[in-house]
Design a protein. Structure first.
Length: 367
């Protein structure tokens, strides 16, 4: 009896061992590890990319690459080629490390290139998947080589300075447009949604200077707007206008909140849009002894004038940067939406009502 129990126990142990051996042989091929992984010291991680066109319509690429061992050391590498991927491969071949665009933060495009059209470039970014579709895009108001030389001469941390300029928790301001690659790609393939892209250059007393924003229609720069008009465009998008200070003849106020509602319809083949913008402001200072009504009336006139000027400019350009056509997608057929920019938008009847609420009068007891 004991001998039989010993044999059964031995057989059970043997079976468990065989099962573990089979399981181990099955799992071993799956535990291949990161065989193709490269150490960070063997990778170049650019954070800024500049793109321009040569006289023979080839791409010229600039990469702002911080050193992995010293974040204050910046290297600018440039090369020319027929495609972005070709240039990146050629750079990697001539460098001691592989160029990896995983951490790219900003793409800067030369103004002449933007005016010619960026649809091929944006489509290439979207197809390659090497660049995040959340990467910021901007336009340089000066020659790309000059821009990077100026930035490098002003500060060793040129890449970080430019990134902080657009960072929401650092230097971003509502007067700056905030446009990503995916938004550019969407606008190229949309009938009713154009975009604005920030225009920058190296500053005189500061590192960077904002020159307003470019009107982008079907991937091509067709015009530009001022920083003040960019502010009202951001408010229309629903992006916070917090921190913007409006200086009028009688007072200075700070916008601390904004909300926008719309009502749209089509009548006799003409589009009508009525919008209501609610602003919450706080008073910072005043000249003389203006009343609360005088301050709100002046602010309403100022914002209304900017919106009217913005709508007038974009209607003449047939570029719907405020995406007003989105409010008519339930009123127009697909065939009608295809001609929104050319037929409906230039003749649209638009009216804006502004309501200003002063939430904090500060220390001005005479208001």
């Amino acid at each position: 009896m004991k001998e039989k129990m010993f044999l059964n126990r031995t057989a059970g142990i043997y079976m468990r061992f065989c099962l573990l051996l089979i399981l181990w042989m099955v799992l071993i091929p799956l535990l291949s590890g990161c065989w193709d992984n490269k150490d960070i010291n063997h990778r170049s991680l650019p954070i800024i990319m500049g793109v321009s066109l040569t006289d023979d319509d080839r791409y010229k690429l600039y990469l702002n690459i911080p050193a992995t061992h010293d974040s204050n050391t910046i290297t600018v590498v440039s090369d020319t080629g027929d495609t972005i991927n070709e240039i990146i491969d050629h750079m990697s071949m001539n460098m001691e490390s592989q160029v990896d665009l995983l951490h790219l933060k900003i793409v800067i495009v030369d103004k002449a290139f933007a005016q010619q059209g960026m649809d091929d470039l944006i489509s290439s970014f979207n197809r390659s998947r090497d660049i995040s579709n959340k990467t910021l895009i901007a336009i340089s108001d000066q020659d790309m080589q000059h821009f990077f030389d100026e930035m490098k001469a002003k500060t060793e941390r040129s890449g970080r300075v430019l990134y902080d300029f657009f960072e929401k928790n650092a230097g971003w301001n509502p007067q700056l447009a905030d446009t990503r690659i995916w938004q550019m790609f969407r606008s190229i393939h949309s009938y009713t949604h154009d975009v604005i892209v920030p225009i920058i250059r190296s500053g005189q007393s500061t590192n960077i200077e904002c020159m307003g924003a470019a009107i982008i229609k079907n991937g091509r720069m067709t015009g530009r707007i001022s920083p003040g008009e960019t502010l009202v465009a951001n408010a229309f998008y629903g992006r916070s206008a917090n921190g913007k200070i409006e200086v009028m003849d009688i007072a200075t106020v700070q916008i601390i909140g904004n909300k926008l509602t719309h009502r749209s319809w089509v009548q006799n083949n003409r589009a009508y849009l009525r919008s209501h913008l609610k602003l919450k402001v706080t008073i910072l200072d005043a000249k003389g002894h203006p009343s609360q009504k005088e301050i709100t009336d002046n602010l309403d006139k100022l914002i209304t004038a900017r919106y009217q000027q913005l709508i007038k400019e974009t209607q003449s350009e047939q570029a719907d940067i405020l995406a007003l056509g989105q409010y008519f997608r339930n009123h127009l057929t697909r065939d009608q939406l295809e001609v929104w920019r050319s037929e409906y938008y230039p003749n649209m009847d638009f009216d804006l009502k502004i309501t200003t609420i002063i939430e904090n009068r500060g220390n001005l007891k005479n208001l």
